[in-house]
Structure formats: structure tokens, C-alpha cells
Write a protein that binds this ligand. Structure first.
Ligand code: ZN
Ligand code: ZN
Length: 271
């Protein structure tokens, strides 16, 4: 059994076949997934909750939990009214995390100073909601700039909360992973771990304690080989498990089982 710790299935790309995508996930052994609540910006950050309300608890589909938060891409859209609305959504019983939040210096869709201010504010809100955070961190090419800022901000504004978090779609170095582990974070690996150029990700996946890792698809993005270039879906999380299994000389099923246990334990959920 597997848990996809991070997917965005609310978008138009799934409107024609969302039921089939979720049924296919269940048939492939995906017992649950975390529906990320970023939407197109704070006004639609309840998108994960809406998926929970439509699909969770039905036997033909995986279990679903949700998050809420403002992605760094949409940091420019943050305002006080959006904060209040998200705090309200965060009280939903199936909302288990705040995110994804963080810094993206690769695309720079929002100015970096705005990204930083909003990231700090999102951590304050997560703390008020008593939820762990899901971090999106992407540096610009051949740089560690976003990692440097992101890890420093977590150390300054988050670690004392003891609520922990997840570094999602990990793309950093072994050193970044170690620092995050020291601050109580889980590390989640996505389909890009299968890409030929991603040796740094595979290096990290080899050293991270087995009880601190999660797997995800980040659907619809980053479909793993052999689906690379296509729309991603939760059923493909087995390819991430297969890659980690190859690195650690374990069957993919064992990677699935351990990362599922890690997910339940981290969020304090009953399996
Ligand atoms: Zn992300
Ligand atoms: Zn994402």
C-alpha cells in the first residue's frame, strides 16, 4: 500500500476523468493522498477540502486529507481577508497541514521580498492553527539561494513551534536534507527522483533515515519515468517507491508500506 503525500487534482486537467484517476489510484494500491490546498490563489485554497467532501470515505477511492496555504507563486495575492478565510478552512477536521508554502526563486512569479514576507506570515498562521507546514523550496539554476533563505527562515520562525513539517518534492543536497531533518522535518520525494540528471536527489534518498521519508507525485507535474512528460496521477507514486527501493535494495512494496506508516505517524492519524 502507498500514500501519495502531495497532489493537486482540482485543476481542469482532471475535469474529464477525475473519478477514473482516483479509482485507478485505489486499484494500484494507493490507500490515501493529501490534496494540496493552494488552488489558483488564496480565494480557492479550499480546493483540497472540496475534494475531501466529494471523494473521501468511498470505498472505490483512496482516503483524502487536505491542506490550505498560499504557494510562493501566488504570494502577491495574499491579504488579511485571505488569511482569515484560510484560518477558518483550517478548522475543517480533514485539514492536516498548512501548505504548500515557501520560496521559489526559479520562477520568481512573485517578487522575492514579497515571497519572504508571505512565507513568514503563513508560518504564523500555521502556528495559530497548530498544523505542520509543507514546504516548497526551489532555487534558481546552479544556486542554493532559496535553500539558504528557506532553511534560515524555518530555523528563525518555525522550529520553536515543534509542529514540524515536510520538505516536499525534495531537490536539495544531502546537507540541506540533514539540516531539515535536524529541525524535525520529513523529506518527501517526487517523480523527479527518476530523472537522469537528478543524482543529488538520489544521493539524499540514500542517506535519509527510512522513518523520515515520504513519497508523492505532485500531480499533475513531474510524472516519473516511464510516464515523463505526461500528466501525472497518484497511481504513479509506485514508480517513486520503485526508485527508492532500487537505491536501498528493498522491494517497492516495502518502501510503500514504510512511507505510509511514516505519513500516519507524522500526522497522528489512524492507519
Ligand atoms: Zn511545490
Ligand atoms: Zn505541489
Amino acid at each position: 500500500m502507498y500514500i501519495d503525500s502531495h497532489a493537486h487534482l482540482e485543476g481542469k486537467r482532471y475535469d474529464a476523468d477525475r473519478d477514473e484517476v482516483l479509482a485507478r489510484a485505489k486499484q494500484s494500491g494507493i490507500e490515501g493522498y493529501l490534496a494540496i490546498g493552494n488552488g489558483d490563489g488564496p480565494d480557492t485554497a479550499d480546493c483540497g477540502i472540496r475534494l475531501v467532501e466529494k471523494y473521501d470515505g468511498k470505498l472505490e477511492y483512496p482516503r483524502i486529507w487536505a491542506s490550505v496555504g498560499i504557494h510562493p507563486h501566488e504570494a502577491s495575492l495574499a491579504n488579511d481577508a485571505a488569511d482569515a478565510k484560510m484560518l477558518e478552512w483550517a478548522r475543517h477536521t480533514k485539514v492536516i497541514a498548512w501548505g504548500e508554502i515557501g520560496l521559489d526563486y526559479y520562477y520568481d512569479h512573485s517578487p522575492r521580498e514579497v515571497q519572504k514576507a508571505v512565507f513568514q506570515r503563513q508560518m504564523e498562521l500555521a502556528r495559530a492553527a497548530k498544523l505542520p507546514i509543507i514546504i516548497h523550496c526551489r532555487a534558481s539554476d546552479n544556486s542554493e539561494n532559496a535553500w539558504y533563505d528557506c532553511l534560515a527562515m524555518i530555523a528563525e520562525h518555525w522550529t520553536a513551534s515543534a509542529l514540524g513539517g515536510i520538505l516536499h518534492c525534495f531537490t536539495g543536497s544531502v546537507e540541506h536534507a540533514r539540516r531539515a531533518l535536524d529541525m524535525g522535518f520529513m523529506i518527501s520525494f517526487a517523480g523527479n527522483i527518476t530523472f537522469p540528471k537528478a543524482q543529488n536527489i538520489r544521493d539524499a534518498a540514500q542517506i535519509i533515515p527510512f522513518d523520515r521519508m515520504l513519497i508523492e507525485t505532485d500531480s499533475p507535474y513531474l510524472a516519473p519515468i516511464p510516464h515523463r512528460g505526461k500528466r501525472n496521477e497518484p497511481a504513479f507514486v509506485t514508480e517513486v517507491a520503485r526508485q527508492i527501493g532500487d537505491l536501498r535494495h528493498l522491494p517497492e512494496e516495502e518502501v510503500g508500506a514504510q512511507t505510509s506508516r511514516n505519513f500516519y505517524k507524522f500526522f497522528g492519524l489512524a492507519p
